[in-house]
Design a protein around this ligand. Structure first.
Ligand SMILES: *Cc1c(COP(=O)(O)O)cnc(C)c1O
Length: 399
């Protein structure tokens, strides 16, 4: 596909707009629309009402007292995005993007999905706001996540299985971009993470930054000071960017992103882009990607479907390059242990994605002192993962 390189929308050398000519006008229009709506009082009031009355924001900042005592170090707080309507942070972004699409006169939204979480969230927002919704999903994923496919259909969306490439998430993104070029007049592409060409990484980050806007205020109310460490799991990077954003200028706050190391970063089965990726251009952006020697995007693996994307959002690549944020890799084993630990300690069954951040809390908290504070984002709830964890432990659920 012919690519046009545009230097706008950069985070250092990362980001940009590597897109086919046919999309350039539409992307420029999206930039203009976003510049307008992000400062439009009516839009922001409407979005605030949706977040409050429909998605149930603000989410709680919960002090995990038992875990804190058991680990014997820093005070641990969880930002409970798992309590949002539809069970994760994804609703924050889709309500913003779908509302904006509607205001711009679009009647149809499309989205990619891997495990189905973003597809379900987009179908939810489209049902609520009365837009047509079509979801692109790798055929392999439609088979692995049949329940989420049916959920999207219940919500009135149609689901298109994608057969190209490895028939997984990256191929679904390719197909959604292609479909968008075919129907830019009535259609908006609702991207699921802080990725893609500018202005998507900025739009998604801004809609997700409500997480740190609330968390910063909540921790100041509860503790009278900022946390020492703020952390989150990283797939494409949207819950982490949302959790980091309003702390970036507080230089004394350490920011830690937790990537999926799968079976281990010295095996072939991982999705740890910061640890293992190299600079490349893919899906409209310059960032870090897991690639082979010829620069082809490598297949990636994690027990957590929400973290197994071969790239990372450009702003994370920048925060890593400038050392403002640190990134660690967490294996499947460590994440599953953390998933079980937080369930037993706190009575919270969190998403296996979020358990990657919990695993780092378990490692880090005991090395810190009792007057220090960690804020960790629980990006989602874990109902969707219970069967997979049982399988991982060799438990037969007689399903
Ligand atoms: C999708 C998803 C993620 C990963 O996406 P990011 O854009 O990196 O936040 C993490 N946690 C949950 C619960 C998800 O559904």
């Amino acid at each position: 596909m012919e690519q046009t390189e545009n230097k706008v929308g950069r985070f250092g050398e990362f980001g940009g707009q590597y897109i086919p000519e046919t999309l350039m006008n539409e992307i420029k229009q999206l930039e203009k629309n976003y510049e307008f709506y992000k400062n439009d009082k009516e839009f922001n009031d409407e979005l605030d009402t949706l977040l409050r009355e429909y998605a149930s924001r603000p989410s709680l900042l919960y002090y995990a007292e038992k875990m804190t005592k058991d680990l014997g170090g820093a005070k641990i707080y969880f930002k409970r995005e798992d309590l949002n309507h539809t069970g994760s942070h994804k609703i924050n972004n889709v309500l913003g993007q779908v509302l904006m699409a509607k205001k711009c006169g679009k009647t149809r939204v499309i989205a990619e999905t891997g495990a189905g979480q973003h597809g379900v969230a987009t179908a939810t927002a489209a049902a609520l706001l009365g837009l047509e919704c079509e979801i692109y999903m790798g055929r392999v994923d439609t088979e692995r996540q049949a329940l989420n496919v049916y959920r999207m259909k219940l919500l009135g969306a149609s689901v298109h299985p994608v057969d190209s490439g490895t028939a997984t998430l990256k191929d679904a993104v390719n197909e959604a971009f292609k479909e968008w070029t075919r129907r830019i007049d009535d259609t908006m592409y609702i991207i699921g993470s802080t990725m893609g060409p500018h202005p998507f990484p900025t739009i998604v980050r801004d809609f997700q930054s409500v997480i740190s806007k609330e968390a910063r205020q909540q921790i100041l109310e509860k503790e009278g000071r900022l946390p020492d460490v703020v952390m989150a799991c990283v797939g494409g990077g949207s819950n982490a960017m949302g959790t980091f954003y309003n702390f970036i200028n507080d230089k004394e706050v350490r920011l830690i992103g937790c990537e999926a190391a799968g079976k281990g970063i010295d095996t072939d089965l991982y999705a740890a882009t910061i640890a293992k990726g190299e600079i490349g251009v893919f899906h409209g952006m310059k960032s870090l990607f897991c690639q082979d020697e010829e620069g082809q995007i490598s297949p990636v693996y994690s027990i957590s479907a929400g973290l197994d994307y071969p790239g990372i959002g450009p702003e994370h690549a920048y925060l890593n390059a400038t050392k403002r944020a640190e990134y660690v890799s967490i294996t499947d084993d460590e994440a599953v242990d953390a998933f079980e630990y937080i369930a037993r300690q706190e009575g919270i069954i969190c998403a296996i994605e979020s358990a990657h951040a919990v695993a780092e809390v378990i490692k880090l908290a005991p090395t810190m002192s009792k007057d220090q504070i960690i804020v960790c984002c629980l990006s989602g709830r874990g109902d969707k993962d219970v069967a997979a964890i049982a399988r991982y432990r060799g438990v037969d659920l007689h399903e």
